[in-house]
Design a binder for this molecule. Structure first.
Ligand code: GDP
Ligand code: MG
Length: 525
């Protein structure tokens, strides 16, 4: 995850608190010291830190020492760090029923052109009709770069090699996409190496001509707290509405950037986490802090599931059936397609508390291999007959198993060994889901699935239902809105956690099976 070092330090500090038997002022003081020094190393500004320190301390003193102090302390720390990153101002929410014009502003090299494509692709995936306009006539080759970016993510673009007036380009581009009935029009503007008068002037002209619905300031996070002055200067020139921090993957100082831009009273809406177009995440202060402290991110998980384009109602029904012990390959296919659509595996893992440590110890942290394996299994299932798809591994692995394996191997183009492994994995999965269905947490989970089943519109959750669901998980006892599964806590011993997960049916029983599964996942077998 981004800010890995900071996350490790914070998670460790929180883990210590969770393990402490008696929380007193001394414990609080040392926790606050640990946290603020970790944040200081991430370049968070001193004023912000001393504010944080006094707010946490005051709330703990006001609360007094009692048996709830431990839980209260984790809550207070999460809340106060969240409020550092959250300016408390809601960002612009585009309205799908009209053309929304969003202008991207910032200095040269900050990642504007890249981010326009990322942002456009993000919304396109969610059903928006997106067009990108190149208004950068300053940098040579700017239009070509934008074209190339847009082509990679299949976004329509508008621009010109001949026209040298950025204001005209902006105006014509907006008109062009409005006529086509597009509802999200992105303007990529030019930058300069530093805040020069002519850049600010050009920006103001574009701005007053097209009157964007949202103005997004794009800034490289690796300069740390220095982004504060930059953001403020742009804010003075035009009414910056939201901020996107780029290059969060590259620097330990980006924590300081996060805190600093938030201090200039504009919400961060996304962060860029790499050069690739899908290395881009929506930013919610609460979820971000929860992940940072090792508590996972329930909201992100629901978000990922809900925008994956899967029929959730059907999915919930299928999963409930599997947990009752009824397994068919048809159902299995629905499940793994769902996982596939939720996005990269490593992103999902960081949403589950404690999962990253487990992944590291057991070597599941290579998401690409997992994704490749899933693709392979889907291909194999396409070579199975309808009757086979309605059947279970236990049945198919008996009569005529060898002939069947050979046929599927030929049909799908994989080796016989690979097909056998697939069947073994499917069998293992069916046994585990059944086991999980019998466990107390599985029962709770089934209740949640039932709730999802009762929802209208293909199982889409509205904000109230989301809250209700989150409440339910909180009742199951976890911090950060996650269910409190023993072992899945910040800083928990990964081996203990794995034992716990095995008992619940969420991981295979013995070590050799784990290793085998890992090999299968990595495509080495
Ligand atoms: P612009 O001048 O503001 O339009 O910036 P560009 O979009 O041309 O980006 C400048 C450089 O930053 C390019 O090499 C991008 O690949 C790189 N870049 C942009 N966003 C990110 C990010 O989130 N992470 C990393 N590592 N590189 C990025
Ligand atoms: Mg550019």
């Amino acid at each position: 995850m981004v800010l890995n070092e900071l996350a490790e330090k914070l998670t460790k500090a929180m883990a210590k608190i969770i393990r402490t038997t008696k929380v007193d002022q001394k414990v609080v003081e040392s926790l606050v010291n640990e946290i603020t020094s970790a944040l200081e190393e991430a370049d968070v500004n001193q004023d912000i830190l001393s504010g944080l320190r006094s707010k946490i301390t005051k709330r703990i003193i006001d609360h007094g020492e009692d048996e709830h102090l431990q839980q209260y302390l984790t809550q207070v720390v999460c809340e106060e760090i969240t409020s550092v990153l959250d300016p408390g101002i809601a960002p612009y929410v585009p309205n799908p029923r009209k053309p929304n014009v969003v202008a991207f502003y910032g200095l040269q090299g900050q990642g504007k052109t890249t981010t326009c494509a990322k942002y456009g692709a993000y919304f396109k995936k969610r059903g928006w009709r997106v067009g990108v306009v190149c208004c950068d006539t300053f940098r040579a080759g700017a239009f070509d770069q934008l074209k190339q970016n847009c082509n990679s993510v299949k976004l329509p673009f508008y621009g010109s090699y001949a026209e040298k007036d950025p204001v005209k380009l902006a105006k014509n581009g907006v008109e062009h996409f409005t006529k086509l009935g597009f509802n999200l029009i992105i303007l990529d503007t030019s930058g300069r190496h530093r805040q020069s008068e002519d850049l600010l002037q050009e920006m103001k002209l574009i701005d007053s001509t097209v009157k964007p619905d949202d103005r997004i300031f794009v800034v490289d996070s690796s300069i740390g707290q220095a982004v504060f002055d930059q953001a403020n200067a742009f804010k003075k020139a035009v009414n910056i509405g939201s901020i996107i921090l780029t290059k969060m993957d590259g620097s330990t100082r980006s924590g300081g950037a996060l805190a600093a831009v938030s201090a200039c009273k504009a919400p961060i809406v996304f962060i860029g986490t790499g050069e690739k177009f899908d290395q881009f995440e929506p930013f919610h202060a609460e979820s971000f802090v929860s992940k940072l402290m090792g508590f996972g991110d329930f909201r992100g998980m629901i978000d990922a599931a809900m925008t994956s384009g899967v029929d959730h109602k059907k999915n919930a029904q299928v999963l409930s059936k599997m947990m009752e012990g009824e397994f068919s390959f048809e159902d299995f296919k629905v499940q793994i397609e769902q996982i596939n659509k939720m996005g990269p595996m490593d992103k999902i893992m960081e949403m589950i508390p404690g999962m990253q440590q487990i992944a590291k110890v057991y070597g599941f942290d290579d998401d690409k291999e997992g994704t490749v394996a899933i693709g392979r299994w889907l291909n194999m299932m396409n070579s199975m007959t309808r009757a086979e798809m309605k059947s279970s591994p236990t049945i198919l692995m008996k009569d005529g198993y060898d002939r069947r394996v050979l046929r599927i191997a030929r049909g799908s183009g994989y080796t016989v060994d690979r097909v056998r492994d697939f069947f073994k994995y499917a069998k293992q999965f069916s046994e585990q889901t059944k086991k999980f269905g019998q466990h107390q947490y599985g029962q709770n989970f089934k209740q949640m699935l039932n709730m999802q089943n009762q929802m209208g519109d293909g199982g889409q959750m509205n904000p109230q239902q989301m809250q209700q669901m989150q409440q339910m998980m909180k009742q199951m006892g976890g911090a950060g809105g996650m269910p409190n599964i023993p072992g899945l806590q910040p800083g928990a011993d990964p081996h203990q956690a794995v034992a716990q997960l095995r008992q619940m049916g969420l991981l295979p029983e013995d070590q050799s099976q784990m290793k085998k599964m890992k090999k299968v996942m990595q495509g080495r077998k």
